[in-house]
Design a protein around this ligand. Structure first.
Ligand code: AMP
Length: 226
């Protein structure tokens, strides 16, 4: 049976890293809303141009752009055997829309993973992460031995494939980080409200894990429950 999974956690909590591990283990697509937007930006699409102004500031991209893009992605052929969704939903409204879309399409939500992490630690982690230009699922972080980039010709490169590493503009901008965290920790309309919504509805199994331990310990805590 396929596994349909949502993963929540503040930006910097390691949810992308864990998502990539779950993707490999169950051979299901790891669908990251932020990464899809960044592909659109790199590709110079109309959607990318519109989304960029919001993303650079750390604001949410409007639902009229985000929701259709994510629903279309979830209905693709490769999602038939399961998926892990990361970065969407990010608000209570998006959570309600997603839940309705799943019901309308006869799809179940099996698991909700919540990685819990203090805001200040999350901020420090964001600033140290690096993106591999070849593959978004190659986690690299300058402060974590397990995923530390390697040095080649005096430059830090991806520890998985040797590819070039980039930082995200919104990861080096404290104001953008703060805005993203304000959205995440908001338990009235924001992402925490979305998490609480899924805790209250019947159906998915909720897995809450402490994100302040090591990458391996978080993986173990998740895998035990999946
Ligand atoms: P992330 O890679 O998850 O940090 O996302 C980067 C940026 O993409 C966010 O700061 C938002 O501007 C935008 N974004 C990603 N997911 C969503 C979403 N579900 N709703 C609105 N904007 C989003």
């Amino acid at each position: 049976m396929g596994k349909n999974i949502l993963v929540f956690g503040p930006n910097g909590s390691g949810k992308g890293t864990q998502g990539a591990i779950v993707q490999k283990k169950f051979n299901i697509p790891h669908i990251e809303s932020g990464a899809i937007f960044r592909e659109h930006i790199v590709g110079g699409t109309e959607l990318g141009k519109k989304a960029k102004e919001y993303i650079d500031k750390g604001d949410l991209v409007p639902d009229e752009l985000t929701i259709p893009m994510m629903v279309a992605r979830l209905l693709k052929e490769d999602c038939k055997s399961g998926w892990i969704l990361d970065g969407f939903p990010r608000s209570k409204d998006q959570a309600i829309t997603l839940a309705k879309t799943l019901v309308d399409n006869g799809l179940a939500l099996d698991y909700v993973i919540e990685i819990i992490l203090d805001r200040q630690i999350a901020k420090e982690r964001i600033m140290g992460r690096r993106l591999c230009v070849n593959d978004n699922n190659h986690p690299n972080h300058i402060a974590f031995d397990a995923i530390k980039p390697v040095e080649k010709d005096g430059k830090l490169v991806c520890r998985v494939c040797g590819g070039e590493l980039k930082t995200r503009a919104d990861d080096q901008d404290e104001e953008a980080i703060s805005k993203r965290h304000n959205i995440y920790y908001d338990n009235v309309t924001g992402t925490m409200a979305a998490v609480n919504y899924f805790k209250e509805v019947k159906g998915p199994k909720v897995i809450s894990v402490d994100g302040s331990t090591s990458i391996g310990a978080v993986t173990e805590a998740i895998m035990k429950e999946l």
